[in-house]
Write a protein that binds this ligand. Sequence first.
Ligand code: SF4
Ligand code: SF4
Length: 93
Amino acid sequence: MSVKVEDKLFLNRYRVDEESHLRIIDYTLCLKECPDQPCLYICPANVYKLDRDRISVSYEGCLECGSCRIGCPHFNIEWRFPQGGYGIRHKFG
Ligand code: SF4
Ligand code: SF4
């Protein structure tokens, strides 16, 4: 039986920090210099969404995989791990 990604993500647990560990540095650059906006497609957790011409960042669901950090062609995402004790906890089985 195949297991769907959604089923695997359901096993994850999060302790959410009040402060985001992800930040878009320059929203104007997203609009004017990044027509493909790859952050909307490369994140496995759909953290980045288009919200009325502006990229929103739902950092609470971040899997800390680092894809957006290297996938943004303009290095326009400030990325760090959540502070100690916060972020994702993986549960296997
Ligand atoms: S990939 Fe980078 S520059 Fe492009 S829209 Fe996303 S955050 Fe902005
Ligand atoms: S680190 Fe991975 S899961 Fe987190 S926002 Fe970036 S691409 Fe999405």
